[in-house]
Design a protein around this ligand. Structure first.
Ligand SMILES: Nc1ncnc2c1ncn2[C@@H]1O[C@H](COP(=O)(O)OP(=O)(O)O)[C@@H](O)[C@H]1O
Ligand SMILES: [Mg+2]
Length: 299
C-alpha cells in the first residue's frame, strides 16, 4: 500500500514511574504528507521514541490525537490497535530485533504468519522482499551469520512484509558503522521513493538525516525546528552533537539552580518543586548517559 499522511495534533505524553511523572511530549503538532521521508533528531530523552511508539500504537497518548490516513490511532481500542499495527505500520528498532533462532527468510515470514497470509503467498513475498533489500543470497542465514547492516536490512524487509503504508524507524543505524549505516539508509530511501511509503526515522547522525526531505528537531517534547537537509549540514558542522549535549546539560544545571532559588524564596510550592526537579534531573541523567555511551565526560 502506498504511504498515508500522518497528522498529529496537540500530543501530550506523561510517563509515570511510581510517583514520578515525566512529561515526554508537551503539545506536539506535526503534519507529514503521504510518501514523505522525514528525519527526527534531538537529544536523548527529548521524546523521539515516545512519539514513534504512539504513532505506531505501541504506547498510549495522554492527550491529543494522531491520525494515520483516515484512522485516528489515539481513539482505537486495544483490539483495533492490534489490527492497526499489523496492517498499517512497520516498526524498525535500533537494537537489531530479529529472532536469533530463525533464518533471514523465516524472520521476514514470521510477521505474515500472524496476519494469516497463506503459505504460498508468504514464500513469494519473502523472495520479493529479500530482493528489495538486496539479500536474496542470504535467505537461509541466521542473524548471527549476517553483518549488522544485513540484519537491519532483513528487519526492514520484515517491517515491509504486510505492505504497511507507514514505516517507523527508531535509530535504525544506531548500532552500525558508517559504511553499513549508509547502505541501510540507501535502502530506506529506495523504499520511500520506489514504494511510496511514508517513513519517519529517528537518528542522531546528521549524515543519515540528510537523506530525508525534512529534518525535524525535537527538544523537551516539542518540535523546535524544521529544516531542509542543506541547512542541517551547515548547522551541525558548526555545533557537534557532543557540544549540543553538553550545552543542554549546562542549560539544565542553570534551570536547576533557578528552581532551587525559586523554592528557597517560596516562588513555587513544594510539590511543583519536587516534580520539576525530578523531571530535569531525569533529562540530565539521560543526557549524561548518552555522553558516556559515546565515551565523553559530561561538562
Ligand atoms: N516507559 C517509561 N517510563 C518512564 N519514563 C519514560 C518511559 N519512556 C520514556 N520515558 C522518559 O520520557 C522522556 C522521553 O523519552 P524517549 O521518548 O525515550 O526519548 P528519546 O527517544 O528522545 O531519547 C525521557 O525523560 C525518558 O526517560
Ligand atoms: Mg529513543
Amino acid at each position: 500500500m502506498n504511504g498515508l499522511n500522518i497528522r498529529i495534533c496537540d500530543l501530550y505524553k506523561v510517563h509515570h514511574t511510581g510517583k514520578i511523572e515525566v512529561q515526554a511530549l508537551r503539545g506536539l503538532n506535526l503534519d507529514i504528507p503521504a510518501g514523505e521521508l522525514v528525519s527526527i533528531i534531538g537529544p536523548s530523552g527529548s521524546g523521539k521514541t515516545t512519539l514513534l511508539n504512539i504513532i505506531g500504537g505501541l504506547d498510549k497518548a495522554t492527550a491529543g490525537t494522531v491520525q494515520v490516513g483516515d484512522r485516528t490511532v489515539t481513539a482505537l481500542s486495544v483490539r483495533q490497535l492490534v489490527d492497526f499495527r499489523r496492517k498499517m505500520v512497520g516498526h524498525i528498532f535500533q537494537n537489531l530485533n530479529l529472532i536469533p533462532t530463525l533464518s533471514a527468510q523465516e524472520n521476514i515470514e514470521f510477521s505474515m504468519v500472524a496476519s494469516g497470509v497463506p503459505r504460498a503467498k508468504r514464500k513469494q513475498r519473502v523472495q520479493e522482499l529479500l530482493g528489495t533489500v538486496g539479500l536474496l543470497d542470504r535467505a537461509s542465514h541466521k542473524p548471527e551469520e549476517l553483518s549488522g547492516g544485513e540484519q537491519q536490512r532483513i528487519a526492514i524487509a520484515a517491517a515491509l512484509a504486510n505492505d504497511a503504508p507507514v514505516l517507523l524507524a527508531d535509530e535504525p543505524t544506531g548500532e552500525l558503522d558508517t559504511a553499513n549505516a549508509k547502505i541501510v539508509v540507501e535502502y530506506l530511501v529506495k523504499i520511500n521513493r520506489g514504494l511510496g511509503k511514508t517513513i519517519l526515522m529517528v537518528t542522531h547522525d546528521p549524515s543519515v538525516a540528510r537523506a530525508s526531505s525534512r529534518i525535524l528537531r525535537i527538544e523537551d517534547g516539542l518540535i523546535k525546528t524544521s529544516l531542509a537537509p542543506s541547512e542541517v549540514i551547515v548547522k551541525e558542522k558548526a555545533v557537534s552533537y557532543v557540544d549540543q549535549l553538553r550545552a543542554r546539560i549546562n542549560e539544565i544545571n542553570a534551570e536547576l539552580d533557578q528552581l532551587d532559588s525559586d523554592f528557597r524564596t517560596e516562588k513555587i510550592c513544594g510539590d511543583d518543586y519536587v516534580q520539576k526537579r525530578q523531571s530535569l534531573k531525569h533529562i540530565k541523567d539521560s543526557l549524561k548517559e548518552e555522553l558516556s555511551r559515546m565515551g565523553v565526560l559530561p561538562p
